[in-house]
Ligand binder design. Structure first.
Ligand code: F6R
Length: 350
């Protein structure tokens, strides 16, 4: 097959028996572990990726917005200290100048119709990047330049389709880099078991959501957990229609820390996402930061989930915080599924 032009138009990920699409956001989030295992990369896609990788890639750029950008952000964080080539998540109409024909672009849009993603994708095509597309349909699925069009089942909200989008992007990037594929089935099983443990713990999603009601959470992560903190903020925004922020250590130690003072305390709730993979300096920074916030009268929550790999930790925390966001929506009496303002804005932009 001609790698530059793209040739094959079949469905490139074999779909394993699909769970029926849920009708509400809670059900969709409950499918999280299951959805992680629903897409399998087929032989043709694998061979295409291996060939591209062997030919020497300049880098990999994911293109996507909102819920469809998260997979790229997770993969960017996961490979930050191991990939010999840049892996970057682009959330813009434009592409960095250094993205050229040696790069591979993975355009992700659940609807397939997101303006910024389509514009960046057209630019990637213009620059002769190797292109993969991931989505459930729309204009993106009609790009003939795509080497492999990865078809995601429709009917979900894009943010709820994250496990599907993530597994597709991870499979592609691991294959392009020639690294050992992650066993998502094993992680999926672990996550299903975790649910029962969480429900019976002091930090049951509903309990944490109750604690967040009327507060503005600031999710604080480090390294791999920075995109997890960002995802949590977006889920509170979109599902619970609540204000939320995210930040990252060490950077927040050089600015934001000055704002965590008694007089700003009223309804700010710092939530530290703690990782088992923190190195000594990061651990010490987060411990000191937590104490400083406590001294100023804040009541930080520390969240950590024991896991056997960084990727499992990221996904477990994401699943847990997705549940918290839906519980919070119920407490606030809002529909976690609706995205009226996002749709209105897209409509007005035409
Ligand atoms: C909606 C959501 C949004 C969309 C974004 C881009 O559930 O999460 O953030 O993901 O507006 O749209 P898509 O994903 O269709 O490219």
């Amino acid at each position: 097959m001609d790698l530059l032009k793209g040739g094959s138009y079949s469905v490139f990920l074999e779909r394993v028996k699909m769970t029926s699409v849920a009708s509400d956001m809670y059900e969709m989030v409950m499918q999280f572990p299951d959805l992680l295992t629903k897409l399998k990369m087929d032989q043709d896609t694998k061979e295409t990726c291996i060939r591209l990788g062997n030919n020497g890639l300049g880098g990999v750029v994911t293109l996507g917005m909102g819920g469809s950008a998260i997979a790229g952000l997770y993969v960017q964080a996961l490979f930050l200290d191991s990939s010999p080539i840049p892996i970057i998540a682009n959330r813009e109409y434009i592409l960095p100048k250094y993205v050229d024909s040696n790069w591979c672009a993975i355009a992700v849009s659940y609807s397939g119709n997101t303006e910024e993603t389509l514009t960046a994708c057209n630019e990637a095509i213009k620059r002769n990047c190797r292109l993969f597309t991931v989505g459930s349909g729309g204009k993106l699925s009609q790009k003939s330049e795509s080497l492999n069009k990865i078809k995601i089942p429709g009917g979900y909200q894009p943010r709820a389709a994250f496990p599907l989008l993530f597994s597709a992007v991870l499979n592609l990037v691991e294959c392009l880099l020639g690294t050992e594929p992650t066993d998502l089935a094993e992680i999926s099983e672990t996550l299903s078991k975790r649910l029962a443990q969480w429900e019976n713990s002091r930090l049951a999603p509903r309990t944490v959501a109750q604690d967040l009601a009327g507060k503005i959470p600031v999710f604080i992560g480090s390294r791999d957990l920075v995109p997890v903190a960002y995802r949590a903020k977006c889920q509170i925004n979109e599902n619970a229609k609540g204000m939320a922020f995210f930040s990252q250590i060490p950077e927040a130690n050089h600015n934001e820390i000055e704002s965590f003072v008694d007089k700003n305390r009223s309804n700010i709730k710092p939530i530290f996402l703690r990782s088992s993979y923190e190195d000594a300096r990061i651990k010490k920074r987060i411990d000191i930061t937590t104490s400083l916030y406590e001294e100023e009268g804040f009541s930080p929550v520390r969240l950590s989930i024991e896991s056997s790999s960084k990727i499992e930790e990221m996904l477990a925390l994401t699943y847990y915080l997705d549940l918290v966001s839906v519980e919070l929506a119920h407490i606030r009496g809002v529909d976690p599924l609706s995205v009226e303002r996002i749709s209105r804005l897209k409509g007005e932009l035409g």
